[in-house]
Write a protein that binds this ligand. Structure first.
Ligand code: SAM
Length: 266
């Protein structure tokens, strides 16, 4: 089956359409990295306390998070796995890093040995998995006991992104695409994980509505494929009009809130 990100156009537009201000990326990595070492605190094995944590990103896309984790999580070695060769070649081009390796694979069949990682990040990918339960079991195989999975996603109960203000039909299509919180926690607990934390985290994705409009012109996410061309262009017109009204000398950053679910392997 062809996956959304096998599309080379989408792979090429993904990087510029999804990058975020450095401070925002750093804040995200600060949050994700704070779960390294959480295992000992919760009484499990000391997997997360290793001085040089082994980190896996499943669905690493163009490598923005993989390289940022290598840069900002002390001593981290990162494996970025993606099912799309087109995305992997964008990652190698945009985000090479000496402590990051990119490899082809799927969440359901990871190219990694048993007990190899302390931390795994799944950012904006869990809704693409054809078999979430199999992916959770595979993560239980490759993580060390006490290791942590951080799921950065949108739960379908909380569809509040700015994108719906301009493309209201996406709310209904996203309600069908995104998982419910209980479905995600059920998959991980059945695979041997404990729920450590479920929270929200919000950071700016662009510095202004004008920047947000500029990035949306390239349709940088797979969800836009579900709109007709007329729906896409009328939403873009509404966004352009709102961006035009924004004062040049007082732009407002555009924030995005994500759900973050954190699981620790028993
Ligand atoms: C929306 S992008 C997210 C990229 C990155 N994690 C981020 O947050 O910017 C989703 C990525 O997951 C990959 N993907 C989709 N299904 C996958 C699967 N079953 N296993 C591994 N990667 C997958 C896609 O190829 C794509 O690169």
């Amino acid at each position: 089956m062809k996956r959304a990100y096998d599309d080379e156009r989408l792979a090429r537009s993904y990087e510029s359409g999804n990058e975020m201000p450095d401070e925002a990326l750093r804040a995200w990595v600060g949050l994700i990295g704070s779960y390294v070492g959480s295992a000992a605190a919760s009484g499990a094995s000391a997997s997360g306390d290793r001085p040089a944590p082994d980190v896996l990103e499943v669905g690493s896309g163009t490598g923005m998070f993989a390289a940022a984790m290598a840069q900002w999580i002390d001593g981290a070695n990162v494996l970025g796995v993606d099912a799309s060769e087109a995305m992997l070649s964008e990652a190698r081009r945009h985000h090479p890093h000496p402590a990051v390796r990119y490899a082809h694979g799927t969440a359901e069949s990871l190219p990694a040995a048993d007990d190899a990682f302390d931390l795994a990040l799944l950012s904006r990918v869990i809704h693409h998995f054809p078999d979430r339960a199999a992916a959770a079991r595979e993560l239980a195989r490759v993580l060390r006991p006490g290791g942590t999975v951080v799921v950065r996603t949108t739960f379908k109960e909380r569809l509040d992104a700015v994108v719906y203000d301009y493309w209201p039909p996406l709310r209904a299509t996203d309600a069908l695409r995104f998982p419910a919180m209980d479905d995600v926690t059920a998959a991980f607990t059945a695979a041997g994980f404990d729920v450590r934390e479920i929270r929200s985290f919000t950071q700016p994705v662009t510095r202004s509505l004008r920047d947000y409009h500029a990035r949306m012109t390239t349709q940088p996410q797979s969800k836009f494929d579900l709109l007709t061309p007329a729906q896409f262009s009328s939403g873009l017109d509404r966004l352009a009009a709102a961006a035009d009204r924004e004062p040049y000398d007082d732009p407002a950053p555009v924030d995005e809130r994500y759900d973050v679910a954190v699981f620790t392997l028993r």
